[in-house]
Design a protein around this ligand. Structure first.
Ligand code: PRP
Ligand code: HPA
Length: 176
């Protein structure tokens, strides 16, 4: 096992009944308050992508906590970072998809010029829960005709079976 990930696990803090009764919220921000632990996590993510995502050209980060890691990882790999944002935040021409939440739906967008057809991408977020957000990102990648090498998350909440909704490989460093 990777000691860098063991350290991250120690720092993730659990909040029962947040934001609603019955939810056990896993908070990643304590990791960012420890520079050495944060560096270890980013390095572990870079190592994983180097070893498993041959030829990756773009890191896609999901709004908003995917933005905490995505740019650092892209910079370390010397490749492009592209955000997927909740609707109405990105200027210019965008691809849009609707996705399901626990209650109701939401929309997310990606700028059309940011990913070219055939480009090899990795989609990154802090956490996979129901998988709705990651599935929407995969749908956007499909619309853009990008090649999704892998979905990468720090944390997977396995009970929710979000992974089943994804048609691409998904790697999680920590599973609860
Ligand atoms: C959280 C988390 C993921 C998503 C996972 O983001 O950061 O993006 O939910 O849930 P899902 O697998 O059920 O779709 P949230 O929507 O809370 O937004 P935030 O990152 O801006 O806090
Ligand atoms: N922690 C952080 N973000 C989340 C969670 C959680 O447990 N569930 C859904 N989004």
């Amino acid at each position: 096992e990777d000691r860098r990930i063991t350290r991250v696990k120690e720092l993730i803090k659990d909040y029962p009944d947040f934001p609603k009764p019955g939810i056990l919220f896993r908070d990643i921000f304590p990791v960012l308050q420890d520079a050495k632990a944060f560096r270890g996590l980013v390095d572990a993510m870079v190592d994983f992508i180097k070893a498993n995502c041959d030829g990756v050209e773009v890191i896609i980060g999901l709004d908003s906590r995917g933005f905490l890691f995505g740019p650092m990882i892209a910079e370390a790999l010397g490749i492009s970072f592209v955000p997927i944002r909740k609707a109405g935040k990105l200027p210019g021409e965008t691809y849009k998809v609707e996705y399901t939440l626990e209650y109701g739906t939401d929309k997310c967008e990606m700028q059309k010029e940011s990913v070219k057809p055939g480009q090899k991408i990795v989609i990154l977020d802090d956490l996979l829960a129901t998988g709705g957000t990651m599935k929407a990102a995969c749908d956007l990648a499909d619309v853009a005709q990008a090649t999704v090498l892998c979905c990468v998350v720090v944390i997977e909440l396995t009970d929710l079976q979000g992974r089943k909704r994804l048609k691409y490989p998904c790697h999680a460093f920590i599973q609860y």
